[in-house]
Design a protein around this ligand. Sequence first.
Ligand code: GRF
Length: 213
Amino acid sequence: MRSEARVSKRIAVLVSGNGGNLQAILDAVDDGRLAARVVGVVSNRPAVRALQRATTAGVPTAVVEALPVETRVQYDERLRDVVEAWEPDIVVLAGFMRVLSPVFLDAFPQAVVNIHPALPGELPGIRAIERAHAQAQDGLRTHSGIMVHLVPDEGVDTGPVLAVVEVAVSRGESLADFATRMHDAEHRLLVRALVEFIDQPIAQKTHQHLRFR
Ligand code: GRF
């Protein structure tokens, strides 16, 4: 981690797939909403669209695939070394589909940020959008949401919340339509949370319910 003051923050982004959230960051940097530079994008999967998005934006990329023989800690050490070389101020998990251990997280204290498509305390883990939609069709929920939070430890989709937005879901809405609205909300919330986090990096904020119309 660098400590000297700089005009814009260095952001490293960890991805596993499509990279819609990465694109939201790249676009916000490009048009000046985010006073930051994406200094590297690393994927645990090769040939994913997120890597193409980074390359198109002129951002260095790396692929760190898990080896069949290595432990999770060994993998996280290799990943940490790649990310540390970019000297990021902030590490964003943007659809990164692995749980990180302290060997990685402790290298970037108070600086690892995750986005999860569910409200705090609800639907941790994979397929949160699909599960929220299924519950809505069963009449069990009327809304879900998105949260952006710090990742201090190995808890899955837990950690101090930086920003939250609720997203309504109705009986009868298609999964595709709901997913599109959720992803749109994710992209806006992530940028907004990063703008605020850059202003106040260590703030332990209470939930900020941002409602989008
Ligand atoms: C997003 O819904 C993210 O919140 C979840 O995985 C999805 C990744 O989407 N963890 P993308 O790769 O950013 O388009």
